[in-house]
Design a protein. Structure first.
Length: 370
């Protein structure tokens, strides 16, 4: 009864579009946002896909997110652009920022677009990969709600600095990329553990008193995750201790202090840092591809530790998962998430009161829901 429901990628995209439109997002923006969300599900980052729709709805109701922002460029040169995202939903406005960085990089060799007054933008890797799809190197970074305590502290005052580098692959090898937060795990992992009713490893989080815990509910006041970001009293462990602390401060410096965005806090008004680089301005692209292939083989074929069957490059596991999902044409939907989506459809009059999860997915049968 609580098993994942398997649906087509097309159905998942339409669910995201319809839900975003129902909560006040305009159509074109909803299509952009849906692409960000479903890319997460396709890459196997389920915490940042369809499950995020319930969070965005709460943010709009609370006034944290402006569903119809007036996004504008406030300052521009040949290779830089500063955006004001007017507190729009991050997954709908952040793609515009990276699009501008890509546009400038194609003309000048490098494009740096930064923004203020944004909100949670989904997976950082979506934006760096936007550049790779154009044959460019891509980098993206943002802030987040307060999640990390400084080294020696017990109070969360810093975001966890989501950021991603992506590099085009060779002629025979996949692209190389990472998408990571500066904490040991992203906050979405805690949410997924709660949804699944599972404990978490020691070292992922600390409770409000700074003690390690394996209960993900200790992350929230009164063990109540329904309180959302405002109810977070625990902290995420920084990646590598002081090193992760230093990294998250750096992420907030470039994505918030430099741009005028928010640091930590509720997540309202976050900044973005989007960079695109044209490799061909430094060397012939085919030479670059040849070297990437050789570099890939050198690492891939290096000596393995006992018990290890294969060495993966950064992002390769997610790449393989993406290839598999695209070939199958499906993504999983957690039972709790399916109920959340149904509840939203009822709340915004897309389904009558008392409708079931089966009723919800029946609306998308034409998209080959499995």
């Amino acid at each position: 009864m609580n098993q994942d429901r398997i649906i087509s990628i097309e159905a998942a995209k339409m669910i995201a579009v319809d839900t975003l439109i129902s909560i006040g997002i305009e159509h074109d923006a909803a299509v952009r946002g849906a692409d960000v969300l479903i890319a997460s599900d396709i890459r196997g980052v389920g915490s940042h896909g369809l499950p995020r729709l319930a969070m965005y709805e709460k943010d709009i109701v609370a006034g944290t997110v402006n569903p119809k922002p007036n996004v504008k460029i406030t300052n521009e040169t040949a290779s830089t652009a500063a955006f004001d995202c007017d507190y729009g939903c991050g997954i709908t406005v952040a793609p515009l920022v990276m699009e501008k960085a890509i546009e400038m990089a194609k003309k000048t060799g490098i494009g740096l677009a930064a923004a203020k007054n944004g909100n949670h933008f989904g997976i950082a890797g979506y934006y760096s990969l936007m550049a790779v799809k154009q044959g460019l190197i891509g980098y993206s970074a943002s802030g987040s709600v307060k999640l990390i305590a400084p080294t020696g502290g017990s109070e969360a005052v810093l975001g966890n600095g989501p950021n991603s580098w992506s590099f085009p692959g060779g002629k025979e090898s996949p692209g190389i990329m990472y998408d990571m937060a500066c904490s040991t795990v992203a906050g979405g992992k805690i949410e997924m553990a709660i949804r699944s009713g599972k404990s978490i490893p020691v070292g992922w989080i600390q409770d409000e008193f700074g003690n390690d815990t394996t209960d993900p509910l200790d992350f929230y006041k009164d063990k109540n995750p329904a309180l959302g970001a405002a109810g977070i009293v625990g902290t995420l462990s920084p990646l590598g201790g002081p090193k992760g602390y230093c990294l998250t401060v750096a992420m907030e410096m470039i994505s918030a202090i430099m741009t005028g965005g928010a640091t930590g806090g509720t997540g309202r008004g976050l900044g973005y840092f989007m960079l695109a680089i044209d490799i061909s301005k430094f060397r012939p692209f085919e030479e670059y591809q040849k070297d990437v292939d050789e570099y890939y083989k050198k690492i891939k074929n290096s000596k393995k530790r006992p018990g290890v069957t294969e060495i993966f490059l950064p992002g390769e596991i997610e790449h393989n998962y993406t290839v598999k999902r695209l070939s199958e044409g499906v993504v999983p939907v957690n039972a709790v998430v399916a109920q959340d989506l149904t509840d939203l459809a009822i709340k915004y009059n897309r389904l009558p009161a008392g409708s079931s999860v089966d009723d919800f997915f029946a609306m998308y049968e034409k998209y080959a829901t499995v």
